[in-house]
Design a binder for this molecule. Structure first.
Ligand code: GLN
Length: 289
């Protein structure tokens, strides 16, 4: 079958769900992933034919997309900070907004020469600590998560990407009660968290593919206590950051002020709120007094 015919079928079957542009990007991502074909191939070779076996593979992917399975689950990886992270149903798919948080940190420490100790709380696939570790030569990076299944993915990414992050299992809501992880008794220069922050009431704004295929454990918080993870992280950071150490948080866009208040009430100064590329309040930095 002609590759361009397949592309037309993709549009016929999927445009109504995703829109033309997103379907285009799915199609090119898939032919690159499965057939190692670059996106300009159709412009260069409009009559390119793919064989029966390849047809089966690409039509299987099409059926999964029709069921609104995330493209990253179909190909098994998500691209984040220039790296391919393995993902599955146990971890949140890395988001472009989170790259902005990582870039903020990298930009802040680019002139720092001394060793930095860094902790990511609620690490999921490990995309935050691993990309920091890959970009910093002077850092000792740790990540924690409550989910054993997520940590398996994080450890695998750590190995696949040749990073040196140390992951451990812990519940961020009851850290001080835990004595098991000795890594947590030290002080850090940087603490980061992108914890669950979507309220149940915001579910209707979300896409089906997120609700049905990504872990609720990593996404949702009760409407009546939406900042429960932030209180825990801020309290922990107030105790476990070095003086002038920094806390970086990805936040719920509707709760910027409330989240900033948590830092103000605790031991933080120079609290800064930034918007993401979509213009939504998305991240906060505070410096330990
Ligand atoms: N930004 C994610 C979403 O919109 C949520 C991430 C989180 O809860 N930490 O699906």
């Amino acid at each position: 079958m002609l590759l361009r015919e397949i592309k037309n079928i993709f549009h016929l079957e999927l445009d109504a769900i995703y829109g033309k542009d997103e379907v285009n990007s799915f199609f090119y991502l898939l032919i690159e992933h499965y057939f190692d074909l670059e996106r300009f191939v159709l412009a260069m070779q409009p009559e390119l034919v793919i064989d029966k076996e390849q047809e089966t593979v690409i039509f299987q992917a099409l059926s999964k997309l029709k069921l609104e399975k995330p493209i990253q689950h179909i190909i098994g990886t998500a691209y984040f900070m220039g790296l391919d992270f393995k993902v599955n149903k146990h971890v949140l798919i890395p988001r472009p907004e989170t790259e902005e948080l990582v870039r903020w940190i990298l930009d802040d420490v680019k002139d720092v020469k001394q060793l930095l100790t860094i902790l990511d709380m609620g690490t999921g696939s490990g995309c935050i600590p691993i990309s920091l570790d890959k970009n910093l030569t002077n850092a000792k990076v740790f990540g924690l998560d409550i989910s054993t299944d997520a940590l398996k993915v994080a450890d695998e990414n750590n190995a696949l990407l040749n990073a040196g992050v140390k992951f451990f299992e812990a519940n961020m809501l009851s850290l001080d009660a835990e004595t098991s992880a000795k890594e947590l008794s030290q002080k850090f220069d940087i603490i980061i968290s992108n914890p669950p922050y979507v309220r149940e009431l915001e579910k209707e704004e979300m896409q089906n593919n997120v609700i049905e295929h990504e872990p609720s454990l990593a996404l949702f918080v009760p409407d009546e206590d939406p900042l429960k993870f932030y209180s825990a992280v801020v309290n922990f950071a107030a105790d476990h950051l070095n003086e002038d150490g920094c806390l970086y948080l990805e936040i719920n866009q509707y709760l910027g002020e409330e989240t900033m208040n948590l830092l103000e009430e605790s031991n933080f100064k120079t609290i800064e709120l930034r918007k993401d590329m979509f213009g939504n309040d998305r991240m906060i930095k505070g410096i330990k007094k």
